[in-house]
Design a protein around this ligand. Structure first.
Ligand SMILES: Cc1cc2nc3c(=O)[nH]c(=O)nc-3n(C[C@H](O)[C@H](O)[C@H](O)COP(=O)(O)OP(=O)(O)OC[C@H]3O[C@@H](n4cnc5c(N)ncnc54)[C@H](O)[C@@H]3O)c2cc1C
Length: 442
């Protein structure tokens, strides 16, 4: 008898309501699975909302001839944001390809609506610190919330925590970026400026903005940790997104290191805000409107699963028999220096993410989706884009449905069944290049 009181019993527990987890919950619940989605914060979206990031990359390949590589529920979200006038396309931004910039408050509401419409149960303010195992199976996950420490019993579990928290507790093999000399992507505190004169601010080119930053550094007036970065308009005039800060070499699952990073990131945001107000045209009457409520974490634990996606797979544009979705996003490594390392996909301009990269070898009833997938540091720097994390979640939800209905472990489902379900709902398809001018832009 476990000493923990039962809080809920379900077919599928999805842990983490970020890009991957939300889509996993919607996807499985739409197929009739009883789902509980457990999120430690008070909103869905994870890095897409709570960490303040407001642009989806990964839907479109970079370049003037572009393909949409992600469809399914992920693209339905984009269309529903367009229908509400809450998103617009930013063609070919940086090296990442065309981005979809959205109103993140609208995304919070939309994701909640879609989870509830699909019939999934939602549990906020609940952190999963531990699991209870029955040999190689997760019997229950523990949740810590205002009710105390309770257990949620589930037949199948999807770990969409970004940090592979569940996989770690269940004993899956993992690699932790930022320790033992392993490289780790930097953290960034996203912030927003209010009362900006957009017309003047965005008449400055990226090169001119970079020069301002270099000058500010050289004359020692401001301490800027990154030269470059993104300042861009949002759907609201005068309200501007800034992704400029950089907190380096942090192991973000170390609670004290994460706390220090939050303090350092917020401090940097204030420094950049002063720089913008004093040095950048269009920001003269602006103010720092908000910093994200959680520092942006790009990389912590990565699964070492049945297949480990590599840089070679990404660059060569490798296709897989057990593909779940496509990715055309370049490797975008926010390393410890002042710039970003980019490396582009060759071949047909896209590669595929295999289902095996979501499967731990040691734990039977667990699927891992999102930025903690089984990939090397370099490959994760491409596959972590939000559109791919959404598609991974979507595929994980379908795989869980098949496993539950066939009463087999996720690694033993019929791949043909998974493939045909993913083709049917457009999670997986063959991208077709077209001119960038043909993309919807409203
Ligand atoms: C600063 C920054 C800028 C970025 N910019 C872009 C960009 O412009 N475009 C783009 O496409 N991608 C961008 N990315 C990458 C992309 O946003 C993420 O890689 C992707 O969205 C990750 O999705 P996820 O669902 O795997 O994880 P997350 O979004 O991290 O979601 C994980 C969720 O799980 C919850 N959680 C964690 N642990 C637990 C637990 N133990 N119990 C319960 N809940 C838990 C968290 O609160 C969170 O909601 C950026 C990332 C960062 C950090």
């Amino acid at each position: 008898m476990s000493k923990y009181e039962l809080l809920f019993e379900t077919d599928l527990a999805v842990i983490g309501g970020g890009a991957a987890g939300t889509l996993a919950a919607i996807s499985a619940a739409r197929k009739g699975v009883k789902v509980l989605l457990i999120e430690s914060q008070n909103a869905l979206g994870g890095s897409r909302t709570v960490m303040g990031v407001d642009t989806f990359y990964g839907f479109f390949s970079p370049g003037n001839r572009t393909s949409r590589v992600i469809g399914g529920i992920a693209y339905e979200i984009v269309e529903r944001l367009f229908d509400r006038n809450a998103a617009f396309l930013r063609p070919n931004t940086f090296g990442a390809g065309t981005g979809v910039t959205y109103d993140l408050e609208m995304l919070k509401i939309l994701l909640e609506e879609m989870v509830i419409e699909a019939g999934a149960e939602l549990l906020y303010h609940s952190f999963v610190p531990e699991v209870l195992m029955d040999e190689n199976n997760i019997d229950s996950v523990l949740v810590s919330n205002k009710a105390g420490l309770r257990k949620v019993k589930a037949d199948c579990v999807i770990d969409a925590t970004g940090d592979a928290d569940v996989a770690a507790r269940a004993g899956a093999s993992l690699e932790l970026a930022g320790v033992d000399e392993l490289p780790v992507q930097s953290l960034s505190t996203i912030f927003y400026m209010g009362n900006v004169d957009n017309e003047r601010a965005f008449s400055l080119s990226q090169a001119e903005r970079t020069k301002l930053m270099v000058d500010a550094e050289v004359n020692g007036k401001y301490k800027l940790t990154r030269i470059g970065g993104s300042i861009h308009p949002t759907p609201h005039p005068g309200f501007v997104h800034a992704n400029l800060t950089r907190v380096r070499n942090v192991n973000a699952i170390d609670p004290f290191a994460l706390t220090k990073a939050e303090i350092e990131g917020r401090h940097q945001a204030h420094e950049y805000a002063q720089f913008l107000i004093n040095e950048h045209q269009g920001f003269e009457d602006a103010y720092l409107a908000m910093t994200a409520s959680y520092i942006g974490v790009r990389e912590t634990r990565r699964l070492i699963g049945e297949y480990v996606l590599t840089e070679e797979d990404v660059v060569a544009g490798r296709q897989f028999e057990d593909a779940i979705c496509c990715c055309a996003a370049p490797i975008e490594d926010h390393h410890a220096g002042k710039d970003v390392h980019w490396k582009y996909v060759e071949g047909d301009g896209y590669y595929q993410i295999p289902y095996r990269a979501l499967l731990p070898t040691e734990v039977d009833n667990l699927i891992v989706a999102g930025r903690c997938l089984s990939a090397t540091h370099e490959a994760q720097a491409s596959a972590r884009n939000s559109a791919q994390c959404m598609a991974m979640g979507e595929a994980a939800g379908v795989a869980a449905m098949i496993a539950l209905s066939e009463d087999v472990q996720p690694r033993h489902i019929e791949l043909s069944q998974l493939r045909s379900a993913l083709l049917d709902q457009d999670t997986l398809f063959k991208p077709i290049p077209r001119e960038i001018s043909e993309l919807k832009n409203d």
